[in-house]
Design a protein around this ligand. Structure first.
Ligand code: 5GP
Length: 198
């Protein structure tokens, strides 16, 4: 994969906004993926960045659509080659946003949506201060636990790791531009729409 030139992208040092990065973050199980899918359906002009991960596909997940499912060796190689805009380890697996998947779209004026965990969201916020970062919160911690368990997609060990991480992530909500509680789906969606298109 070829790295892309970043000279036209808005960063701390450059100031000619073309497109924009929109980051949806928040704990695993909060429903940010569902919110994002609905937003993408309603606004086909938005571009979704497909991430790479070392996690195994869950039933029904498609390579190249949900994620690029790659080995840890491949992931490490991409890290070494500087191919990630951000990356992080989450609950025992690596996840990263490919430069190529994002920057050419932003440079051509598109709004690009990333749905990523806390560490990655911090990296994007630091490197691209003109991005819009939205933190999605659950109505309560027990509700989040219930959602992760009901999803039925993870082992008990993975659930425990995700819940521990969720507590750390929720403590960081105020670092981001906007905090939205995903209690009422339509209301949360509406708030995200307003933030993106304001
Ligand atoms: P899951 O395994 O449930 O699909 O994702 C676990 C976590 O990784 C979620 O919080 C998701 O938002 C996050 N994630 C997905 N893609 C990326 C990425 O490219 N970078 C980072 N930093 N996190 C990601």
């Amino acid at each position: 994969m070829q790295g892309l030139p970043v000279q036209n992208y808005t960063s701390k040092k450059q100031s000619s906004p073309l497109g924009k990065l929109i980051v949806l973050t928040g704990p695993s199980g909060v429903g940010k993926g569902t919110l994002m899918n609905e937003i993408l359906q309603r606004y086909p002009e938005l571009h979704y960045s497909v991430s790479a991960t070392t996690r195994s596909p869950r039933p029904g997940e498609i390579n190249g659509k949900n994620y690029y499912f790659i080995s840890r060796n491949q992931f490490e190689e991409l890290v070494t080659q500087g191919e990630f805009l951000e990356w992080a380890e989450f609950a025992g697996n690596c996840y990263g946003t490919l430069r190529e998947a994002v920057l050419n779209h932003v440079q051509s004026g598109k709004l690009v949506v990333l749905e990523i965990e806390l560490e990655g969201a911090r990296q994007i916020r630091h490197n691209f201060p003109n991005s819009l970062s939205i933190f999605i919160l659950p109505p309560s911690f027990p509700e989040l636990e219930g959602r992760i368990r009901r999803r039925g997609q993870d082992s008990e060990e993975a659930i425990t790791r995700r819940l521990q991480r969720a507590q750390e992530e929720m403590a960081a909500a105020n670092e981001f531009d906007l905090q939205i509680i995903n209690d009422d789906f339509e209301k949360a969606l509406n708030e995200i729409e307003q933030a993106i298109f304001a």
